[in-house]
Design a protein around this ligand. Structure first.
Ligand code: BGC
Length: 374
């Protein structure tokens, strides 16, 4: 078939002891950017019919289709049908954000005695890599097959001076879909000058199906006894505060909507949940971060990560102005994000784990979004 490349990998137990199971990856055109760069969309399908579409524009997850407890498949991420809409106006639907996920206060930091000024795009602050972050560039794409998964390896050279950051950073993000219904994201990067580096993934989930109501009924659990409180500009104060007795306590499963409108200073600042939680027992290895259950569909999403923090954002800025896939209108809190990361504004917070990547080092980060039903 012209213009369409199809790899069907029927994997049987082989020398590497792989599990058998059929999975596939296909590639189709997704259009081109204003400056004429061609962009594709890749469809990864596992043996259970779970499917993820990813484009190399912004390394964006365009859709993610998973079954409910009756086997009915629904697309559970917010986004657009067309590339033009991603280019025109998106609150980072499905994207990889970077060089630095979340905020750097006033877009300023000092590194090795030298001051740097970044692009500011969130009032006076720098957010998600600036005006043209990793979500707005075209990545090189390579289809990959591993014994238990199919995937897409995306590479991007983030040049010295981009959005004000020092150093040429070569980054790869590999999305893998395996037959355990896991979307596994591996990040690697190197640099030729010391730089802050803290990319993350920005899908908006709605486990009842995209466009299918708000997410307030989802039961959220976060494996964190502490969070990083913020000021009115959503910049961390530097404290690590106990969640005990606050609406930030998700140590047991709690509906997102139960306390989100409480008269609490942190919720007022965030206009709801828009905070970083400090994950328990961080040691750089894969660790449970969060678990979300949607009662009507029975879908469960579990998040595991090597990162020390997770930003839980419950779509407070969605206001019906984004018309998404299939004409669905995304109203207030129709999706939530769980962004695994180092803490916001770490370059200005001496007591937070460092986000500085140095020449000779390799950044690596892995996050899994795992799906099942109950
Ligand atoms: C941030 C929000 C921001 C949103 C962008 C989230 O990661 O924490 O404050 O509005 O991304 O749409």
């Amino acid at each position: 078939m012209l213009g369409r490349l199809l790899f069907v990998a029927a994997l049987f137990v082989s020398f590497c002891g792989c599990q058998s199971g059929q999975k596939s990856i296909t590639k189709d055109s997704f259009g081109s950017t204003g400056d004429g760069k061609k962009v594709d969309v890749y469809t990864l399908t596992n043996a259970n019919g779970v499917q993820v579409e990813i484009t190399n524009y912004g390394a964006i997850v365009v859709s993610l289709k998973v079954p409910d407890r009756n086997g009915e498949i629904a697309d559970i991420t917010l986004g657009y049908d067309k590339l033009e809409d991603y280019i025109k106006d998106t609150p980072y639907f499905g994207a990889i954000v970077g060089r630095y996920g979340n905020r750097i206060a006033k877009g300023k930091f000092t590194l090795d005695g030298k001051g740097y000024t970044l692009a500011t795009n969130n009032d006076e602050n720098h957010l998600h890599g600036g005006i043209k972050g990793y979500d707005k560039v075209v990545w090189e794409a390579e289809m990959v097959e591993r014994c238990d998964s199919v995937g897409l390896k995306l590479s991007y050279l983030s040049k010295d001076g981009e959005e004000g950051y020092p150093g040429n950073v070569q980054i790869t993000v590999t999305y893998l879909l395996n037959n355990d219904n896991e979307l596994d994201i591996e990040y690697h990067a190197t640099t030729d000058k010391a730089t802050p580096f803290n990319p993350t993934h920005h899908s908006y989930f709605n486990l009842a199906g995209q466009g299918n109501g708000d997410i307030l009924n989802h039961q959220m659990m976060i494996n964190a006894d502490r969070f990083t409180p913020v000021d009115a500009g959503l910049i961390p104060t530097g404290q690590l505060k106990s969640v005990k007795g606050t609406p930030m306590d998700f140590t047991t499963p709690t509906a997102i909507g139960k306390r989100v409108n409480q008269n609490d200073q942190q919720l007022v600042y965030g206009k709801g949940y828009d905070h970083n939680w400090v994950l328990n027992d961080w040691d750089g290895k894969m660790n449970s971060a969060a678990k979300v259950y949607e009662p009507t569909s029975g879908r469960v999403m579990e998040v595991l990560t090597t990162e020390p923090g997770i930003q839980f954002y419950c779509g407070n800025f969605l206001d019906g102005s984004n018309v998404g896939k299939g004409g669905k209108v995304y109203e207030h809190r129709f999706g939530f994000c769980l962004e695994t990361q180092h803490f916001p504004d770490s370059p200005n917070q001496k007591d937070f784990p460092s986000t500085i990547l140095k020449p000779g080092e390799t950044y690596s980060h892995r996050t899994i979004y795992k799906f099942y039903t109950k």
